[in-house]
Design a protein around this ligand. Structure first.
Ligand SMILES: [Zn+2]
Length: 66
């Protein structure tokens, strides 16, 4: 078996934002390197850069509701 496990650095943390203009929420994925570069985030819906970060989550989060 040669199963490639997820390694740290390949997992893409997701960042949730809410737009200050159109109030829509969106999520972006940035690698840690990209995050360190402090990129400018703009709303994919209206293009506004007045976005507010909601919280940091991880792509591999589990959501179990039984
Ligand atoms: Zn917007």
């Amino acid at each position: 078996m040669n199963v490639r496990a997820w390694e740290w650095g390949t997992v893409m943390p997701s960042y949730e934002y809410v737009c200050g203009d159109c109030k829509k929420e969106f999520m972006i994925f940035l690698s840690l390197k990209e995050r360190e570069a402090n990129p400018k985030v703009s709303c994919p819906h209206c293009g506004s850069d007045k976005v507010n970060k909601k919280f940091t989550a991880f792509f591999a989060k589990t959501d179990r509701k039984s």
